[in-house]
Design a protein around this ligand. Sequence first.
Ligand code: ADP
Ligand code: ZN
Length: 803
Amino acid sequence: MFVEVAVNIPSNRTFTYAVPAESRGDVAVGKRVLVPFGKRSLTGYVIGIRRSTDRTDTRDIVRVLDREPLFHDEDLRFYRWAAEYYFTPLGRALGEILPGGIDIESLLWAVKLGDADDLTALQQDILESLGRRPSGMPLRTLEKELGKKTLLAELRKLEKRGLICLEERMRKPVVKGKREKIVTLLGPPADSIKLTDRQGLVITAVRARGGEARVADLAEIADPLPVLKALGKKGLVRLSEAETLRAPGTPGTIGRADILVRLNPEQEIALGRILKGISSGVFSPCLLHGVTGSGKTEVYIHAITETLRQGGRAIYLVPEIALTPQLISRLANRFPPEEIAVLHSGIGPAVRYDQWRKIKRGEAKIVVGARSAVFAPVDNLRLIIIDEEHDSSYKQDERMPYNARDLAVVRAKQQGAAVVLGSATPGLQSFYNTREKEFVYLALTKRVEEREFPRVEIVDMKNERDPDGRIRPLSRLLVEQIGRTLEAKKQSLLFLNRRGFNTYHYCGDCTHVFRCLNCAVSLTHHLSEGALRCHYCDFSIKAPPLCPECGGSRILSYGLGTEKLASEIGSLYPQARITRMDSDTTSARGSHERILRALGQGEIDILVGTQMITKGHDFPNVTLVGVISADTTLNMPDFRAAERTFQLLTQVSGRSGRGETPGTVVIQTLNPGHYAIQRTREHDFAGFYDDEIALRKDLGYPPFSRMISLLVSGTGKEQVEKGAARFGQRAGRIAAGADFKGRLTVIGPIEAPLARVRGRYRWQLLVRGKQVRALHAFVRQVVEGADIPGCEIRVDVDPVNFM
Ligand code: ADP
Ligand code: ZN
């Protein structure tokens, strides 16, 4: 018997191992196995089982690691598709997809035994390094320390001479299953057996729980374990262990309390179509287009209810971790909490591992999570919901770059399931699919209870200067509106997209700008720490009192961060309770929830924040939303800049006036006439779509084409420049060949807008064409066999981020 194993290495190969007799009953697709790999042992994933192999050199697996498989065959089919589509080796992809911290691997360790005089310089260095660690060190650490690629040959020589020894040591997994003690009653006590009072109490307590209980649950008895052991000796109870699955803490109620509702006619129509899809057992994609507050979530909940009633399972994706607590508290009101599993990167690896297995075992029926939950090993999957489907957080850029929204559609297709994409501002792509493809378009046009749309005011910031000609951060209108809202005892949200790195420090005399040494991006001033920090890497310096260029002391800052904005408003309205919500104030676990709960309970008058505050929250007392600058997104070097701006402005506007009082939105901009801003004011999605789709068509951008981006990066400036040029020539040559001529275009290489990130220089190549197959074949050919020393090539299919 043989198994096909994928290991987490940067190669597309998988490997065949023999299964020794004692493990045969135990291996299965979806389990992890420890396998010998080169000189060490690694964790691999079993992806196939076969009777025979042509190979004669197969080695045995060391052992099977899992009691139960981590995924089904059906899941594997989906994982393979994703890995291939996004140019990620299967082993790498599985490493990304499966819960982390559970793998075992061995490392080769070297320990110093002695010294000699006739050694090479390198050998001396090795012994000196090892001499400092009497218990030895892993080969990899030694190689890193000495800056060598491989030292194995050298170490073998030293081993032969008896100066060192090499041994394989296991590195333990970080995460293990959690076990707990269970007590079971063994028949009623015979009269002849005398019990102490405490023993009697324990017996009664266990009997009250049906004769079996978790020891941890016997709260009425202090320190029950010794008593239980004594009872065990008398043969009255049995103590055993069972595994428990850890779960993230259930959040309290956030926002308004949930009540059962009757769907309105539009919701009924939408639900009817979705249910038809669920029952049909064939792929049924829908786009649910409903303004914020129109009751989409209510439709999802009804659709899930019906899915479960039919014995199916559902996955519910939200774009950000910040949204899950609110959603879970809402779902837990409608479904048994133990049937809900949660998966996202914000929960610790131990809980994640347990939630994963709970899903795999079929104990969880609803999986809620951020983008990674699209991979959950859900059996009998009948419904996938993607809320805020337009959100770019569904796209992952690091490691395995994938788009969870697109993958959800693929998965639904593979499984014949229904998929509902919901949004107040559908992505252009999805809306286009309802016009040109099989997507069903469902609309919720009214806000629940016919609430009015907020009034949107646009402020031209060119008219908002101070006497020195500098543009003020807050327009007169916005200041006045904040004051009114405070007076009315309502709440304001002020949105500032600082990610456009518009806050920088410069010298007032020579205009020297403080930039990050690694990333060539301006540094952001963090007042509370007195530091200038780079938002792309961890670089930070103390805010200098003098300019390093000219020695001048007039250090000025341009633009505005959330921190400065909050303090500025604080000085205008000293009595207001102001809170800031951005990645600085929400790095601690649970801090999102805390801020949102405070807002829900009316403990905050003004919430100042980044992107984070624009999404999904439902707070009826918020009646003013201010957008400090609509221009940061509008000016991004990205063909989706207008789409993003429209979506962002519409979403953020939707936060205003969700209760009884109609809301107001103030948008500050230097481009008041831009169609993305005008259409926001008119609440006109269809109009925006028509404007934008015409432009895309003219320029041949998606959805009229597909794109793959290739990023060449490395630490040597010239090496990368030359490498990118060479790579570009190679791409050009292949594109002009018979296979691809006329089927695609190659743009670049050009320097990336973020030309340097974390010390790496970056150049981009964009490939564009109509057929995704041709693009894939082309990229495969260009990347395989490309020889550009000192450079790494990253492939990003359907890229979202062009920075
Ligand atoms: P969305 O997801 O579109 O933003 P929600 O489903 O969260 O909208 O609905 C907004 C609010 O309206 C929620 O408080 C919800 O409980 C309530 N709601 C939704 N549908 C109805 C309905 N048919 N009747 C009354 N209230 C409703
Ligand atoms: Zn940096």
